[in-house]
Design a protein around this ligand. Structure first.
Ligand SMILES: [Zn+2]
Ligand SMILES: [Zn+2]
Length: 254
């Protein structure tokens, strides 16, 4: 165990100058927003459509802020990224060296473990830098492996096709709401399933919500049919707009 501590510390010390150079070279701190797509394992950092940068990544693991647990990506069934199997190389390295933390799928932890794991991954999986995404409850620790040129990249073209270009929020996942829901209205918020910001969606699931009026119409029509859908006139918004609408519309005024 003591062996591991020394090893992890020396890996971390090794990573710091590499990471500093990486941040400097790509001006990483200058980007205010992030978006990542699990299917293509692409991270987009951006300020606007003209001011953006794309990286290929390997998801190393996640840290749950509520449960204070680490989970390796090879152990995580919820991750879409196909290249998460790369992290099995870290597990194998752990087995060879009897480093328990590298071979246990999930365990009580702190954020500091995550940085050590990134440092270890950076060498084993040949990363150019690392990045931590701060979700509401989950922190995603990503190893960046490659800069991608968006103009010549098929995956990014696909990514842009399946995202909405929102005037306020940039490229985001699509979401659907009835015509009555607005950013600051208070009209109720019925959803097709329980949602929270940043959650992963199954392939055929979409964020979708409608107001109280539409819910009455839907029940009157015995579900969604031509008549209730005509009343709702579902419109496309971005997922950030969706959750802003959820916030205001859930707090009904009656
Ligand atoms: Zn409505
Ligand atoms: Zn938006």
């Amino acid at each position: 165990m003591n062996d591991y501590k020394n090893f992890a510390q020396s890996e971390l010390d090794r990573l710091i100058p590499i990471q500093n150079r990486f941040k400097e070279e790509f001006d990483i701190d200058s980007y205010a927003n992030w978006f990542y797509d699990g299917e293509s394992a692409i991270l987009r950092l951006y300020n606007s459509d003209d001011d953006e940068i794309f990286f290929k990544y390997i998801p190393i693991g996640t840290f749950s802020l509520s449960q204070k647990t680490w989970m390796w990506s090879w152990f995580n069934n919820y991750l879409n990224e196909k290249n998460k199997i790369e992290t099995l190389k870290i597990k194998q390295f752990g087995e060879e060296n009897q480093f328990e933390k590298l071979t246990t799928g999930t365990f009580t932890s702190d954020e500091f473990d995550g940085w050590e794991f990134l440092a270890i991954s950076q060498k084993l999986l040949a990363g150019i830098g690392v990045y931590k995404i701060n979700g509401d409850n989950l922190e995603h620790f990503l190893l960046l492996t490659e800069l991608i040129n968006p103009d010549s990249n098929q995956e990014i073209r696909k990514l842009k096709q399946k995202t909405v270009d929102c005037g306020n929020h940039g490229f985001k996942r699509p979401a659907f709401v009835c015509q009555h829901l607005e950013l600051d209205s208070k009209k109720g918020f019925e959803e097709s399933f329980e949602t929270f910001p940043g959650m992963d969606l199954e392939d055929d699931d979409d964020f979708s919500a409608w107001c109280d009026e539409c819910e009455r119409k839907r029940i009157e029509c015995d579900g969604w049919n031509d008549k209730s859908e005509e009343f709702a006139k579902i419109k496309l918004v971005c997922e950030d707009c969706y959750f802003e609408m959820k916030k205001s519309n859930q707090n009904k005024s009656y």
